[in-house]
Design a protein around this ligand. Structure first.
Ligand code: NAD
Length: 441
């Protein structure tokens, strides 16, 4: 690097040498491997590599909540703020038994790359509570969410750290957070704090279209990839893992474009139908079946291990991390994998797929429609505006197209996979901000 400012160069390079590598597990291992690969490629300044290798803040809160039976239960909540060089921290809150500090760290780092790649004025954060929400009543979930918000206190804020929905959290969860946060501000400041979270219900400052933004973005990425390859999505078979917010909306737009959903998996089981599964029928079925796809009458049950092996053209993982590994990567039939979920494949799984010539549209590009939609909601609240659905969808289209083209052309120019290209672009933007600003003091 030749353009580094004095501040960065004055940091001793001895200090900048990487620490002894501690073996990392799970998603953390993936995100760091992906980061190092791109950092090596762009010859990232060692001091900035050091900064981006660690998280800025890690907040762990233990808080008591009264249960319906009168007992008190203690919960542990996390918020990891990875980096804010480009703007306030931004990222979802997840309620799931797998939430822990390592998962939150990895997911927070992915958010930093995602917001940077999308060209947004945000950094990256993630958090949540380690719990299985199906074990709690709606009233208990409300009290858990409100007490978690209270415990986080000023560690979140509309110009500091802005949570959003993720696995097992939704617009209702965001409404409770916004209400609790606003209720704890001085009266004259309450409404000015509405943008403390995004993904709120439309009646409470939410953005029309935020519900479908992530799935729509997944679909757009697939469509843009097809256009670049002179392919049509009409008649293409696709499978979706996870039929929640992201999986459902991605499937909805794919079906609208003429593609055929042939298998679905969720937390309860897997189903398949070579004739195609009607997306709206399945969605309506899950609403009457506790959110589960199991037993859908117009499809056959499928063994969970056989899901990824299903004959198809496109695979959309839209559930949890580390689902595609060396155990199943060689058996996947799709020639395109569009990552709706964050970190759905590990490094070994990806290597196998890339060697087989499978294209992977990486999470930080593929599911970025969500955070772009969140940015629109934040702007709408901040400026006291109300945007219409068609306006939102057109703006999303433009933003995702720009990101897709940037990544596609970078990958072509450098002869690399789309993930490494996306990381290179994202990290270069953050590096530039550090170069311009230097290190305080
Ligand atoms: P959701 O809670 O709405 O849905 C999750 C789905 O995954 C459900 O259908 C659930 O049954 C299924 N699932 C859970 N465990 C599973 C398992 N072991 N095997 C198969 N399916 C399983 O969550 P969501 O908001 O749709 O998020 C899904 C993924 O997309 C997550 O990785 C999340 O981080 C990512 N994401 C979400 C958004 C967003 O705006 N919601 C944005 C970007 C990325």
């Amino acid at each position: 690097m030749t353009t580094i400012t004095a501040d960065l160069n004055n940091l001793s390079t001895e200090k900048a040498s990487p620490k002894k590598k501690v073996p990392l597990k799970g998603m953390m291992n993936n995100v760091m491997e992906q980061f190092y690969k791109a950092a090596d490629h762009i010859d990232l300044h060692p001091n900035i590599r050091k900064i981006l290798s660690i998280t800025n803040n890690e907040i762990i809160v233990n808080f008591p909540v009264k249960m319906d039976n009168g007992e008190v239960e203690i919960f542990t909540g996390y918020r990891v703020q990875h980096n804010n060089a480009l703007g306030p921290y931004k990222g979802g809150l997840r309620y799931h038994p797998t939430v822990d500090i390592d998962a939150a760290r990895a997911l927070a780092m992915w958010m930093t790359w995602k917001t940077s790649l999308a060209g947004l004025p945000y950094g990256g954060a993630k958090g949540g509570i380690q719990l299985d929400p199906s074990k709690y009543s709606q009233n208990e979930l409300e009290r858990i969410t409100r007490r978690f918000t209270f415990a986080l206190a000023d560690n979140i804020g509309p110009e500091h750290d802005i949570p959003a929905p993720d696995v097992n959290t939704n617009s209702q969860t965001m409404a409770w957070i916004a209400d609790t946060y606003m209720s704890t501000r001085p009266p004259a400041e309450r409404t000015a704090n509405q943008h403390v979270v995004t993904g709120k219900p439309e009646g409470s400052g939410g953005l029309e279209g935020r519900d479908r933004a992530t799935g729509y973005g997944v679909f757009l990425n697939i469509k843009f990839w097809a256009e670049k390859n002179n392919k049509t999505l009409k008649g293409k078979k696709f499978i979706v893992q996870g039929f929640g917010n992201v999986g459902y909306w991605a499937a909805y737009f794919m079906e609208k474009e003429g593609a055929k959903l042939v298998a679905v998996q969720d937390a309860y089981g897997s189903i398949r139908s070579a004739n195609g599964i009607n997306v709206e029928d399945l969605y309506n079925y899950t609403k009457l079946n506790n959110g589960s796809i199991s037993g859908f009458p117009d499809a056959f049950d499928l063994d969970n291990e056989k899901f990824f092996v299903t004959e198809c053209d496109i695979c959309i993982p839209a559930a949890l991390g580390n689902q595609i590994t060396k155990e199943n990567a060689s058996k996947i039939k799709a020639n395109l994998i569009a990552e709706g979920a964050n970190g759905p494949m590990n490094v070994e799984g990806e290597k196998i797929l890339l060697n087989r010539g499978v294209t992977i549209i990486p999470d930080i590009l593929c599911n970025s429609g969500g955070v772009v939609g969140s940015y629109f909601e934040w702007l709408q609240n901040r400026n006291g505006e109300l945007w219409h659905l068609d306006e939102v969808m057109a703006k999303l289209d433009k933003k995702i197209r720009e990101s897709f083209n940037k990544v596609f052309h970078y990958a072509e120019k450098e002869g690399m996979d789309l993930r490494t290209a996306a990381y290179c672009i994202a990290i270069t933007r953050i590096e530039k901000a550090y170069i311009q600003r230097g290190i305080f003091p």
